[in-house]
Design a protein around this ligand. Sequence first.
Ligand code: SF4
Ligand code: SF4
Length: 320
Amino acid sequence: MTLQERTKKVRREALRLGFDACGFARARRLEDEERRLEEWLSQDRHGTMHWMENHFDKRVDPTKLVPGSKTVVSVLGSYYHPDHKEQMQQDGVARISKYAQGRDYHKVFKKKLKQLFRFTEDLLGGLEGRFFVDSAPVLDKAWAQRAGLGWIGKNSNLLNPGLGSFFFIGEMIVDAEFTYSNLQTDHCGTCTRCIDACPTAAIYEPYRVDASKCISYFTIELREQIPEAYRQQIGEWMYGCDICQDVCPWNRKAKFGQLEDLHPRAWVVDKDIDYWKELAPEQYDALFEGSAVRRAKFEKFKKNAAIVARNLGENDGMIK
Ligand code: SF4
Ligand code: SF4
């Protein structure tokens, strides 16, 4: 079997499993990203996410993370759904980021990547490597870009011409060779919509996001109180923030995803702020079973809801 044939077969299997795109890049040290990551960390753009400083060498070099690896196979799985279009038209509602409205993507991707790994192993008569979804120090957007699956936009998300940016990225880092994809060109052009729309000015220059000022960080990662100065800017966002993606013209014409598990769960998206601000721990557990929202613990989620209630003009004095 030629390299072209094996590449075609693995890509076809990835699409059959429900992924929306699959690309191949040669595993090697990411020198540009290494410089940028070093600078970004030294400027404390990662806030209190100190775990991002760990495993620096493995993060910028997949051959250190998976010794003997030759290829990074990247896959994309869109979570974009027609209901999201409707949600974007609504004003004055409490919001949960689109990616977190369905089943936890880690679970969904892990299962599918395992199947893709086994398929490749059988096809080649043996395969060494590992697969990941947000679960190891891997610069997944950089690898997906190198695998020809899109370009990194000014909002620092990977943009794919057909899929926009509402997708998850997973990868297999393996010891087999494939034919490698061509890089896509940057199609952001003169657009600055994401930069202009960001409420906290977290996109401090094109292609650079200060995570420590991002609403996603405030509402998910930050264990301390959200600083008073940022509470109003959080607006309607109880968990995550999609603003810099919602305004992106490439998302306006994006295709919808096919992985049903990632579709928005009706029992999550049909609630209003009155419900969220009265939420009890057992309701939180039941509603968000198997959901990425559990990354923010109940107390945190509840405090976020109180901030959003205040921003929506329903101050009940719950913010402590
Ligand atoms: S996710 Fe929200 S806060 Fe973060 S950079 Fe984008 S628009 Fe700004
Ligand atoms: S909004 Fe414009 S500048 Fe920002 S990522 Fe999309 S195309 Fe690029």
